[in-house]
Design a protein around this ligand. Sequence first.
Ligand SMILES: [Zn+2]
Ligand SMILES: [Zn+2]
Length: 351
Amino acid sequence: MSTLYDTLGVSKSASAEEIKKAYRKLAREHHPDRNPGDAGAEEKFKEVQHAYDVLSDADKRKQYDRFGAQNGRGGGGAGPQNFNVDFDIGDLGDLFGGIFGGRAQQRAQRRQPMRGDDVEARVHLSFEDSLQGAEAKVPVELTVACRECGGTGAQPGTSPVICPECNGRGVKAESQGLFALSQPCPRCRGNGTVIEQPCKHCKGSGRERRIKTYTVKIKPGVKDGTRIRLKGKGEAGENGGPAGDLVVLVHVAKSDTYERRGDDLVVNTPVTYATAVLGGKVDVPTPEGAVSLKIPAGSEDGKLIRIKGRGAPKIGGGGKGDVLARVRIQVPKRVNKKERELLEQLQQAGI
Ligand SMILES: [Zn+2]
Ligand SMILES: [Zn+2]
């Protein structure tokens, strides 16, 4: 069975200072506020709390060292001293759990700040716009405060009234055995006020769905599938919590001309057989206009020729990628008499 010392991760001979340090570290780590909804963390937090209660008190610690491990109850040594009632450790655990559970419940029901949800929206861009950057109008449906009642949930002209059940305190004391527990008021659910005439527009919720349009700046060079996160533009938070984010997913249409490869743009470039063999010049389109490109003699079909700095803008600065002209040797479907004669000569020469 693990001891209270194990719980705090200290040796049996640890000083009071060491115990305090270990406790502070573990309590911070497992604090329920930092681990919302994690039952394991809450359990651990209680264990740490309990171990510290015993080991930080010189008398209790002495008692525990003498009897605690012997009776096989682990942390049971503290029970009798704490409550002056003959609990065994099981009861003690439940008791702690009860107090703790009550508090946790209260925290959840009393209006705890909660972050709003993230919202996703899509933007469709042409390939050209993706290279130049764009300002996109993004309509987003959000839950906002009702404009009729201003978010109170009460019909305009009336206001929420003090809860008669708890007199506005939001909590009700309830006696449970040895302890008086404070529970959230069931009538007002901890708000302290109740609405007698709910707003007709929002049916008392104080909220409504509305379309908000954001203008989103999209940087030149944005790639298909990019997500842009706009902090705080999502759903509003609750009880003073921060708003969620708006996540804009950017779709870029395919280009008839270019094939994007990182920040480079590949463009198919028709080249005649003669030019491929002998070398020559061809015009290659780039986003900023055509460029005259030298085709080296002996270029094979599929060869990529780099045109520096004419590709897509690099996101985050640092210039542009390149255009890669891909040589596509053209095979004529029809030839005239003269051409036929020349080709036959080539054929006979074995070229
Ligand atoms: Zn109430
Ligand atoms: Zn309303």
